[in-house]
Design a protein around this ligand. Structure first.
Ligand SMILES: Cc1cc2nc3c(=O)[nH]c(=O)nc-3n(C[C@H](O)[C@H](O)[C@H](O)COP(=O)(O)OP(=O)(O)OC[C@H]3O[C@@H](n4cnc5c(N)ncnc54)[C@H](O)[C@@H]3O)c2cc1C
Length: 476
Protein backbone atom coordinates (compact mmCIF):
# COMPACT_ATOMS: atom_id res chain seq x y z
CA UNK A 1 0.00 0.00 0.00
CA UNK A 2 2.85 2.39 0.86
CA UNK A 3 4.45 1.69 -2.51
CA UNK A 4 1.25 2.57 -4.37
CA UNK A 5 0.91 5.79 -2.37
CA UNK A 6 4.57 6.72 -2.87
CA UNK A 7 4.31 6.14 -6.60
CA UNK A 8 1.31 8.51 -6.69
CA UNK A 9 3.39 11.13 -4.86
CA UNK A 10 6.28 10.59 -7.30
CA UNK A 11 3.96 11.06 -10.23
CA UNK A 12 2.89 14.43 -8.78
CA UNK A 13 6.19 16.03 -7.70
CA UNK A 14 8.76 13.92 -9.54
CA UNK A 15 10.91 11.07 -8.25
CA UNK A 16 13.65 13.39 -6.94
CA UNK A 17 11.19 15.23 -4.72
CA UNK A 18 9.92 12.27 -2.73
CA UNK A 19 12.54 11.34 -0.13
CA UNK A 20 12.19 8.17 1.94
CA UNK A 21 14.25 6.12 4.38
CA UNK A 22 14.59 3.48 1.72
CA UNK A 23 16.65 5.81 -0.52
CA UNK A 24 20.33 4.85 -0.46
CA UNK A 25 22.27 6.96 2.07
CA UNK A 26 19.14 8.83 3.07
CA UNK A 27 19.13 11.05 6.14
CA UNK A 28 15.80 12.75 6.81
CA UNK A 29 16.84 14.09 10.23
CA UNK A 30 16.67 17.73 9.12
CA UNK A 31 12.92 17.31 8.43
CA UNK A 32 12.13 14.82 11.19
CA UNK A 33 13.73 16.40 14.26
CA UNK A 34 12.57 19.64 15.77
CA UNK A 35 14.83 22.65 16.27
CA UNK A 36 14.96 22.28 20.05
CA UNK A 37 15.81 18.59 19.92
CA UNK A 38 12.72 17.72 21.94
CA UNK A 39 11.17 15.27 19.46
CA UNK A 40 12.48 12.81 16.91
CA UNK A 41 9.89 11.87 14.35
CA UNK A 42 9.90 9.31 11.58
CA UNK A 43 8.35 10.23 8.23
CA UNK A 44 6.90 7.96 5.62
CA UNK A 45 8.26 10.45 3.09
CA UNK A 46 9.38 14.03 2.69
CA UNK A 47 7.62 15.57 -0.30
CA UNK A 48 8.87 18.75 -1.97
CA UNK A 49 6.26 20.32 -4.25
CA UNK A 50 7.17 23.11 -6.66
CA UNK A 51 3.73 24.61 -7.32
CA UNK A 52 0.34 25.21 -5.74
CA UNK A 53 -1.21 22.61 -8.02
CA UNK A 54 1.31 20.03 -6.83
CA UNK A 55 0.49 20.88 -3.20
CA UNK A 56 -3.22 20.46 -3.95
CA UNK A 57 -2.60 17.09 -5.64
CA UNK A 58 -0.45 15.86 -2.76
CA UNK A 59 -3.10 16.87 -0.21
CA UNK A 60 -5.77 15.08 -2.27
CA UNK A 61 -3.63 11.95 -2.53
CA UNK A 62 -3.01 11.96 1.22
CA UNK A 63 -6.76 12.25 1.87
CA UNK A 64 -7.53 9.43 -0.55
CA UNK A 65 -4.98 7.10 1.07
CA UNK A 66 -5.80 8.00 4.68
CA UNK A 67 -2.34 9.49 5.26
CA UNK A 68 -1.85 12.70 7.20
CA UNK A 69 0.71 15.38 6.41
CA UNK A 70 2.73 17.97 8.27
CA UNK A 71 3.37 21.27 6.47
CA UNK A 72 6.93 22.41 7.05
CA UNK A 73 8.86 25.56 6.22
CA UNK A 74 12.22 26.25 7.86
CA UNK A 75 11.53 23.87 10.77
CA UNK A 76 12.54 26.55 13.28
CA UNK A 77 9.29 26.41 15.25
CA UNK A 78 9.73 26.07 18.99
CA UNK A 79 6.66 24.03 19.98
CA UNK A 80 7.15 20.75 18.07
CA UNK A 81 4.58 21.50 15.40
CA UNK A 82 6.44 21.06 12.13
CA UNK A 83 7.88 17.55 12.43
CA UNK A 84 6.15 14.19 11.92
CA UNK A 85 5.17 11.95 14.80
CA UNK A 86 7.12 8.73 15.39
CA UNK A 87 4.67 6.44 13.55
CA UNK A 88 6.44 6.46 10.19
CA UNK A 89 3.00 7.06 8.65
CA UNK A 90 3.04 10.82 8.10
CA UNK A 91 4.24 12.81 5.12
CA UNK A 92 6.32 15.95 5.65
CA UNK A 93 5.21 18.49 3.07
CA UNK A 94 8.22 20.78 2.72
CA UNK A 95 7.31 24.10 1.11
CA UNK A 96 10.92 25.28 0.84
CA UNK A 97 11.03 24.75 -2.92
CA UNK A 98 8.19 27.23 -3.47
CA UNK A 99 10.27 30.35 -3.03
CA UNK A 100 9.46 32.78 -5.81
CA UNK A 101 8.52 36.43 -5.48
CA UNK A 102 5.38 36.53 -7.62
CA UNK A 103 4.71 40.24 -7.67
CA UNK A 104 6.10 43.48 -6.31
CA UNK A 105 3.61 46.36 -6.29
CA UNK A 106 5.26 49.59 -5.16
CA UNK A 107 2.13 51.73 -5.57
CA UNK A 108 0.04 49.34 -3.48
CA UNK A 109 2.99 48.83 -1.10
CA UNK A 110 2.70 45.04 -1.25
CA UNK A 111 4.80 42.05 -2.16
CA UNK A 112 3.33 38.68 -3.10
CA UNK A 113 5.59 35.75 -2.31
CA UNK A 114 5.39 31.99 -2.20
CA UNK A 115 5.23 30.30 1.17
CA UNK A 116 8.72 28.79 1.03
CA UNK A 117 10.49 32.16 0.71
CA UNK A 118 12.93 32.60 3.57
CA UNK A 119 12.02 35.64 5.66
CA UNK A 120 15.43 37.26 5.24
CA UNK A 121 15.22 36.88 1.45
CA UNK A 122 11.87 38.72 1.50
CA UNK A 123 13.35 41.50 3.67
CA UNK A 124 16.26 41.83 1.22
CA UNK A 125 14.03 41.79 -1.86
CA UNK A 126 12.03 44.67 -0.36
CA UNK A 127 15.12 46.60 0.66
CA UNK A 128 16.47 46.46 -2.91
CA UNK A 129 13.31 48.31 -3.98
CA UNK A 130 13.58 50.88 -1.16
CA UNK A 131 10.97 49.22 1.06
CA UNK A 132 10.89 47.63 4.47
CA UNK A 133 9.25 44.31 5.32
CA UNK A 134 9.32 44.70 9.08
CA UNK A 135 8.82 41.14 10.35
CA UNK A 136 12.11 40.36 12.06
CA UNK A 137 13.18 37.50 14.31
CA UNK A 138 16.22 35.54 15.37
CA UNK A 139 15.51 32.69 12.95
CA UNK A 140 14.98 34.96 9.93
CA UNK A 141 17.84 33.37 7.98
CA UNK A 142 15.98 30.03 7.87
CA UNK A 143 12.30 30.47 8.74
CA UNK A 144 9.82 30.90 5.89
CA UNK A 145 6.85 33.13 5.20
CA UNK A 146 4.54 30.08 5.32
CA UNK A 147 5.84 29.19 8.77
CA UNK A 148 5.69 32.83 9.91
CA UNK A 149 2.03 33.02 8.93
CA UNK A 150 1.31 29.48 10.13
CA UNK A 151 2.49 30.50 13.60
CA UNK A 152 1.49 34.17 13.40
CA UNK A 153 5.08 35.01 14.30
CA UNK A 154 5.92 38.10 16.32
CA UNK A 155 9.54 39.17 16.62
CA UNK A 156 11.16 42.48 17.37
CA UNK A 157 9.10 45.12 15.54
CA UNK A 158 5.59 44.18 16.66
CA UNK A 159 5.47 47.30 18.81
CA UNK A 160 5.25 49.39 15.61
CA UNK A 161 4.06 47.09 12.82
CA UNK A 162 2.15 44.27 14.55
CA UNK A 163 2.74 40.54 14.14
CA UNK A 164 2.65 38.43 10.98
CA UNK A 165 -1.16 38.59 10.93
CA UNK A 166 -1.08 42.38 10.79
CA UNK A 167 1.37 42.32 7.91
CA UNK A 168 -0.67 40.04 5.69
CA UNK A 169 -3.31 41.28 3.27
CA UNK A 170 -4.10 38.05 1.48
CA UNK A 171 -3.39 34.35 1.15
CA UNK A 172 -3.45 31.46 -1.24
CA UNK A 173 -4.33 28.28 0.65
CA UNK A 174 -4.73 24.62 -0.24
CA UNK A 175 -7.58 23.29 1.83
CA UNK A 176 -7.88 19.80 3.32
CA UNK A 177 -9.98 18.54 0.40
CA UNK A 178 -7.28 19.59 -2.07
CA UNK A 179 -9.13 22.72 -3.18
CA UNK A 180 -7.38 26.06 -3.64
CA UNK A 181 -8.67 29.30 -2.12
CA UNK A 182 -6.96 32.38 -3.52
CA UNK A 183 -7.20 35.95 -2.30
CA UNK A 184 -3.99 37.73 -3.26
CA UNK A 185 -5.51 40.97 -4.49
CA UNK A 186 -3.83 43.04 -1.79
CA UNK A 187 -6.96 44.95 -0.76
CA UNK A 188 -6.76 46.93 2.45
CA UNK A 189 -10.52 46.99 2.75
CA UNK A 190 -12.78 44.04 1.97
CA UNK A 191 -15.78 43.44 4.20
CA UNK A 192 -17.37 40.66 2.22
CA UNK A 193 -18.14 38.16 4.91
CA UNK A 194 -16.12 36.01 7.28
CA UNK A 195 -12.42 36.70 7.63
CA UNK A 196 -10.98 33.50 6.18
CA UNK A 197 -7.45 34.85 6.03
CA UNK A 198 -7.22 35.29 9.76
CA UNK A 199 -8.60 31.81 10.31
CA UNK A 200 -5.65 30.24 8.50
CA UNK A 201 -3.03 32.56 9.97
CA UNK A 202 -1.83 31.09 13.25
CA UNK A 203 -3.52 27.74 12.63
CA UNK A 204 -0.12 25.96 12.50
CA UNK A 205 -0.90 23.96 9.39
CA UNK A 206 -3.99 22.33 10.89
CA UNK A 207 -6.65 24.04 8.71
CA UNK A 208 -4.91 24.57 5.37
CA UNK A 209 -1.53 24.75 3.64
CA UNK A 210 -0.49 28.32 2.87
CA UNK A 211 1.15 28.42 -0.56
CA UNK A 212 1.47 32.19 -1.11
CA UNK A 213 0.79 35.49 0.61
CA UNK A 214 0.45 39.15 -0.17
CA UNK A 215 2.30 41.16 2.45
CA UNK A 216 2.32 44.81 3.47
CA UNK A 217 5.55 46.70 2.98
CA UNK A 218 6.60 50.15 4.19
CA UNK A 219 8.94 52.96 3.15
CA UNK A 220 12.47 52.36 4.42
CA UNK A 221 13.32 54.74 7.24
CA UNK A 222 16.08 57.24 6.53
CA UNK A 223 17.89 56.28 9.73
CA UNK A 224 17.62 53.58 12.36
CA UNK A 225 19.10 54.34 15.77
CA UNK A 226 19.89 51.63 18.28
CA UNK A 227 20.45 52.21 21.94
CA UNK A 228 21.43 49.73 24.66
CA UNK A 229 20.69 50.90 28.20
CA UNK A 230 21.11 49.64 31.74
CA UNK A 231 17.87 49.72 33.75
CA UNK A 232 17.77 49.21 37.50
CA UNK A 233 14.52 47.18 37.50
CA UNK A 234 11.64 45.96 35.36
CA UNK A 235 9.59 48.79 36.87
CA UNK A 236 12.10 51.28 35.48
CA UNK A 237 12.11 49.52 32.10
CA UNK A 238 8.31 49.76 31.84
CA UNK A 239 8.45 53.46 32.77
CA UNK A 240 11.14 53.94 30.11
CA UNK A 241 8.84 52.27 27.59
CA UNK A 242 6.04 54.69 28.49
CA UNK A 243 8.39 57.64 28.14
CA UNK A 244 9.82 56.40 24.83
CA UNK A 245 6.35 55.79 23.38
CA UNK A 246 5.28 59.31 24.33
CA UNK A 247 8.45 60.96 22.97
CA UNK A 248 9.04 58.90 19.84
CA UNK A 249 5.49 57.88 18.83
CA UNK A 250 5.57 55.66 15.74
CA UNK A 251 9.34 56.11 15.50
CA UNK A 252 9.70 53.62 18.37
CA UNK A 253 10.25 50.37 16.47
CA UNK A 254 11.85 48.07 19.02
CA UNK A 255 11.93 47.68 22.78
CA UNK A 256 13.59 44.51 24.07
CA UNK A 257 14.23 43.59 27.69
CA UNK A 258 17.07 41.32 28.85
CA UNK A 259 17.89 40.33 32.39
CA UNK A 260 21.42 39.97 33.72
CA UNK A 261 21.34 36.17 33.50
CA UNK A 262 20.33 36.22 29.84
CA UNK A 263 23.24 38.53 28.99
CA UNK A 264 25.65 36.58 31.18
CA UNK A 265 24.90 33.47 29.12
CA UNK A 266 25.65 35.30 25.88
CA UNK A 267 28.89 36.70 27.32
CA UNK A 268 29.96 33.25 28.55
CA UNK A 269 29.03 31.34 25.39
CA UNK A 270 30.22 33.93 22.87
CA UNK A 271 33.23 35.70 24.40
CA UNK A 272 33.90 37.40 21.05
CA UNK A 273 30.73 39.50 21.54
CA UNK A 274 30.86 42.72 23.53
CA UNK A 275 27.93 42.61 25.93
CA UNK A 276 27.40 46.02 27.54
CA UNK A 277 26.56 46.46 31.22
CA UNK A 278 25.85 42.79 31.92
CA UNK A 279 28.13 42.65 34.94
CA UNK A 280 26.57 45.64 36.67
CA UNK A 281 22.93 45.99 35.77
CA UNK A 282 20.02 43.69 36.68
CA UNK A 283 18.28 44.54 33.38
CA UNK A 284 19.15 46.01 30.03
CA UNK A 285 16.91 47.37 27.28
CA UNK A 286 17.61 47.46 23.58
CA UNK A 287 15.68 50.35 22.13
CA UNK A 288 15.34 51.04 18.44
CA UNK A 289 14.06 54.24 16.85
CA UNK A 290 13.45 54.69 13.13
CA UNK A 291 13.50 58.16 11.70
CA UNK A 292 12.03 59.33 8.43
CA UNK A 293 13.65 62.78 8.51
CA UNK A 294 17.38 62.36 9.08
CA UNK A 295 19.93 60.56 11.20
CA UNK A 296 20.69 63.81 13.06
CA UNK A 297 17.01 64.30 13.85
CA UNK A 298 16.61 60.74 15.13
CA UNK A 299 19.78 60.93 17.20
CA UNK A 300 18.76 64.23 18.78
CA UNK A 301 15.38 62.78 19.79
CA UNK A 302 17.00 59.70 21.24
CA UNK A 303 19.58 61.74 23.17
CA UNK A 304 16.83 63.95 24.65
CA UNK A 305 14.91 60.83 25.64
CA UNK A 306 18.00 59.43 27.37
CA UNK A 307 18.61 62.68 29.22
CA UNK A 308 15.13 62.60 30.70
CA UNK A 309 15.47 58.89 31.46
CA UNK A 310 18.69 59.57 33.40
CA UNK A 311 17.05 62.44 35.30
CA UNK A 312 14.17 60.16 36.30
CA UNK A 313 16.58 57.36 37.24
CA UNK A 314 15.04 54.99 34.72
CA UNK A 315 18.45 54.21 33.27
CA UNK A 316 21.87 54.09 34.89
CA UNK A 317 23.99 53.83 31.75
CA UNK A 318 23.42 53.98 28.00
CA UNK A 319 25.14 53.65 24.65
CA UNK A 320 23.81 54.75 21.28
CA UNK A 321 25.29 52.92 18.29
CA UNK A 322 27.46 55.18 16.13
CA UNK A 323 27.39 53.00 13.03
CA UNK A 324 25.44 50.25 11.34
CA UNK A 325 28.10 47.76 12.46
CA UNK A 326 27.66 48.79 16.09
CA UNK A 327 23.88 48.59 15.79
CA UNK A 328 24.12 45.08 14.32
CA UNK A 329 26.45 44.02 17.11
CA UNK A 330 23.96 45.19 19.75
CA UNK A 331 21.09 43.36 18.05
CA UNK A 332 23.31 40.32 17.72
CA UNK A 333 23.66 40.24 21.49
CA UNK A 334 19.88 40.19 21.87
CA UNK A 335 19.39 37.58 19.19
CA UNK A 336 22.05 35.30 20.62
CA UNK A 337 20.16 34.63 23.85
CA UNK A 338 18.04 31.78 22.45
CA UNK A 339 21.12 30.12 20.95
CA UNK A 340 23.16 30.64 24.12
CA UNK A 341 20.44 28.94 26.13
CA UNK A 342 20.42 26.00 23.73
CA UNK A 343 24.21 25.67 23.94
CA UNK A 344 24.26 25.97 27.72
CA UNK A 345 21.97 22.94 27.97
CA UNK A 346 18.73 22.01 29.70
CA UNK A 347 16.19 24.79 29.99
CA UNK A 348 12.46 25.49 30.00
CA UNK A 349 10.83 28.05 27.75
CA UNK A 350 7.81 30.12 28.77
CA UNK A 351 6.68 32.37 25.92
CA UNK A 352 4.20 34.45 27.89
CA UNK A 353 2.31 37.64 27.34
CA UNK A 354 0.75 39.97 29.90
CA UNK A 355 -0.74 43.44 29.98
CA UNK A 356 2.39 45.62 30.04
CA UNK A 357 1.13 47.35 33.17
CA UNK A 358 1.09 44.01 35.03
CA UNK A 359 4.62 42.97 34.10
CA UNK A 360 6.63 44.60 36.93
CA UNK A 361 4.52 43.06 39.69
CA UNK A 362 4.33 39.73 37.89
CA UNK A 363 8.13 39.55 37.59
CA UNK A 364 8.67 40.58 41.23
CA UNK A 365 6.29 37.87 42.39
CA UNK A 366 7.30 34.99 40.14
CA UNK A 367 11.05 35.63 40.62
CA UNK A 368 10.57 35.49 44.38
CA UNK A 369 8.36 32.37 44.36
CA UNK A 370 10.59 30.37 42.02
CA UNK A 371 13.79 31.29 43.81
CA UNK A 372 12.24 30.24 47.11
CA UNK A 373 10.84 26.95 45.84
CA UNK A 374 13.50 25.83 43.35
CA UNK A 375 16.89 26.82 44.68
CA UNK A 376 19.72 26.97 42.15
CA UNK A 377 17.70 27.46 38.95
CA UNK A 378 18.73 30.34 36.69
CA UNK A 379 15.98 32.69 35.55
CA UNK A 380 16.63 33.86 31.98
CA UNK A 381 14.06 36.57 31.43
CA UNK A 382 14.09 38.47 28.16
CA UNK A 383 11.77 39.40 25.34
CA UNK A 384 9.65 41.90 23.55
CA UNK A 385 8.66 44.11 26.49
CA UNK A 386 7.14 46.65 24.11
CA UNK A 387 4.51 44.02 23.22
CA UNK A 388 4.06 42.67 26.76
CA UNK A 389 5.77 39.45 25.63
CA UNK A 390 8.44 37.88 27.82
CA UNK A 391 10.46 34.74 27.29
CA UNK A 392 10.51 33.86 30.96
CA UNK A 393 12.85 30.90 30.64
CA UNK A 394 14.48 28.73 33.27
CA UNK A 395 17.99 27.36 32.80
CA UNK A 396 19.22 24.39 34.81
CA UNK A 397 21.41 25.40 37.76
CA UNK A 398 25.20 25.45 37.24
CA UNK A 399 25.64 22.28 39.30
CA UNK A 400 22.77 20.51 37.52
CA UNK A 401 25.02 19.61 34.59
CA UNK A 402 22.79 17.08 32.81
CA UNK A 403 19.54 18.88 33.69
CA UNK A 404 18.29 15.90 35.72
CA UNK A 405 17.19 18.09 38.62
CA UNK A 406 15.44 20.53 36.30
CA UNK A 407 13.54 17.76 34.53
CA UNK A 408 12.39 16.43 37.92
CA UNK A 409 10.76 19.76 38.82
CA UNK A 410 9.93 21.13 35.38
CA UNK A 411 6.20 20.37 35.50
CA UNK A 412 5.91 22.18 38.82
CA UNK A 413 7.91 25.18 37.62
CA UNK A 414 5.87 25.51 34.45
CA UNK A 415 2.60 25.16 36.33
CA UNK A 416 3.73 27.85 38.82
CA UNK A 417 4.67 30.23 36.01
CA UNK A 418 1.48 29.72 33.98
CA UNK A 419 -0.80 29.93 37.03
CA UNK A 420 0.80 33.23 37.92
CA UNK A 421 0.56 34.47 34.31
CA UNK A 422 -3.15 33.58 34.28
CA UNK A 423 -3.75 35.35 37.59
CA UNK A 424 -2.26 38.53 36.08
CA UNK A 425 -4.51 38.25 33.02
CA UNK A 426 -1.89 36.88 30.62
CA UNK A 427 -1.46 33.93 28.27
CA UNK A 428 0.90 30.93 28.13
CA UNK A 429 1.71 31.33 24.42
CA UNK A 430 2.41 34.78 23.03
CA UNK A 431 4.04 34.06 19.68
CA UNK A 432 5.32 30.48 19.43
CA UNK A 433 1.94 28.76 19.16
CA UNK A 434 0.69 25.47 20.57
CA UNK A 435 2.19 22.71 18.39
CA UNK A 436 2.18 19.49 20.34
CA UNK A 437 4.10 20.95 23.25
CA UNK A 438 1.33 23.07 24.76
CA UNK A 439 -1.75 20.92 24.18
CA UNK A 440 -2.21 20.43 27.93
CA UNK A 441 -1.98 24.15 28.63
CA UNK A 442 -4.58 24.86 25.96
CA UNK A 443 -7.02 22.61 27.78
CA UNK A 444 -6.08 24.03 31.19
CA UNK A 445 -5.98 27.74 30.49
CA UNK A 446 -8.02 28.51 27.36
CA UNK A 447 -11.72 28.99 28.02
CA UNK A 448 -13.61 25.74 27.29
CA UNK A 449 -16.02 27.57 24.97
CA UNK A 450 -13.09 28.73 22.82
CA UNK A 451 -11.62 25.22 22.61
CA UNK A 452 -15.05 23.83 21.62
CA UNK A 453 -15.31 26.37 18.79
CA UNK A 454 -11.80 25.57 17.63
CA UNK A 455 -12.67 21.87 17.56
CA UNK A 456 -15.81 22.57 15.51
CA UNK A 457 -13.80 24.58 12.99
CA UNK A 458 -11.22 21.81 12.66
CA UNK A 459 -13.96 19.20 12.17
CA UNK A 460 -15.60 21.26 9.43
CA UNK A 461 -12.46 22.32 7.58
CA UNK A 462 -10.53 19.06 7.92
CA UNK A 463 -13.01 16.25 8.65
CA UNK A 464 -10.53 13.56 7.61
CA UNK A 465 -7.81 14.89 9.93
CA UNK A 466 -5.34 15.09 7.05
CA UNK A 467 -3.61 18.31 8.12
CA UNK A 468 -1.17 18.18 11.01
CA UNK A 469 -3.39 16.10 13.29
CA UNK A 470 -2.74 16.29 17.02
CA UNK A 471 -1.26 19.77 16.76
CA UNK A 472 -3.05 22.77 18.33
CA UNK A 473 -5.90 20.42 19.34
CA UNK A 474 -5.34 16.96 20.80
CA UNK A 475 -6.31 13.95 18.72
CA UNK A 476 -9.88 12.85 19.19
C1 LIG B 1 16.65 31.37 17.23
C2 LIG B 1 15.15 31.48 17.09
C3 LIG B 1 14.52 32.68 17.37
C4 LIG B 1 13.12 32.78 17.23
N1 LIG B 1 12.53 33.99 17.50
C5 LIG B 1 11.20 34.09 17.33
C6 LIG B 1 10.55 35.36 17.58
O1 LIG B 1 11.16 36.35 17.96
N2 LIG B 1 9.21 35.43 17.37
C7 LIG B 1 8.49 34.35 16.94
O2 LIG B 1 7.27 34.47 16.76
N3 LIG B 1 9.07 33.15 16.73
C8 LIG B 1 10.39 32.99 16.91
N4 LIG B 1 10.98 31.79 16.69
C9 LIG B 1 10.16 30.63 16.28
C10 LIG B 1 10.10 30.37 14.77
O3 LIG B 1 11.20 30.86 14.11
C11 LIG B 1 8.85 30.96 14.16
O4 LIG B 1 7.75 30.29 14.71
C12 LIG B 1 8.78 30.89 12.64
O5 LIG B 1 7.68 31.68 12.25
C13 LIG B 1 8.60 29.49 12.09
O6 LIG B 1 8.81 29.49 10.68
P1 LIG B 1 9.28 28.18 9.93
O7 LIG B 1 9.27 28.43 8.48
O8 LIG B 1 10.56 27.67 10.49
O9 LIG B 1 8.08 27.19 10.29
P2 LIG B 1 8.09 25.65 10.75
O10 LIG B 1 8.93 25.52 11.97
O11 LIG B 1 8.55 24.84 9.58
O12 LIG B 1 6.59 25.45 11.03
C14 LIG B 1 5.97 26.07 12.13
C15 LIG B 1 4.46 25.74 12.11
O13 LIG B 1 3.86 26.32 10.96
C16 LIG B 1 3.30 25.31 10.12
N5 LIG B 1 3.61 25.67 8.74
C17 LIG B 1 4.82 25.80 8.16
N6 LIG B 1 4.68 26.15 6.87
C18 LIG B 1 3.35 26.25 6.63
C19 LIG B 1 2.57 26.56 5.49
N7 LIG B 1 3.14 26.86 4.33
N8 LIG B 1 1.22 26.54 5.61
C20 LIG B 1 0.63 26.24 6.79
N9 LIG B 1 1.31 25.93 7.89
C21 LIG B 1 2.67 25.94 7.82
C22 LIG B 1 3.95 24.01 10.54
O14 LIG B 1 3.12 22.89 10.27
C23 LIG B 1 4.15 24.25 12.02
O15 LIG B 1 2.97 23.99 12.71
C24 LIG B 1 12.36 31.65 16.83
C25 LIG B 1 13.01 30.44 16.56
C26 LIG B 1 14.38 30.34 16.69
C27 LIG B 1 15.02 29.03 16.37
Amino acid sequence: MNEVFLSVLRSIVGVANVLTHEDPGSDLGAWENDWRGLAQGRALAVVRPASTQQVADVVKACGAHGISLVPQGGNTGLVVGSTPDASGRQVVLSLRGMNKVRRFDAANATITVEAGCVLQAVQEACEREGFLFPLSLGAEGSCTIGGNLGTNAGGTQVIRFGNARDLCLGLEVVTADGGVWTDLSGLRKDNTGYDLRNLFIGSEGTLGVITAATLKIFPLPVATLTSFVAAPSVHAAVDLLKLAAARLGPALTGFELMNQQALALVAARYPQQRVPFHEVSPYCVLLEASDHESEAHGRALLEQLMETAFERELVTDAVIAESLAQSRALWHVRESITLAQAEEGAHLKHDISLPISAIPLFVDEIDRVLQQQFAGIRIVNFGHLGDGNLHYNIQAGVTDKDGGELSRVQARITRTVYDSVASFGGTFSAEHGIGSLKLGELQDYKPAAAVRLMRKLKDVLDPGNVLNPGRVLPLG
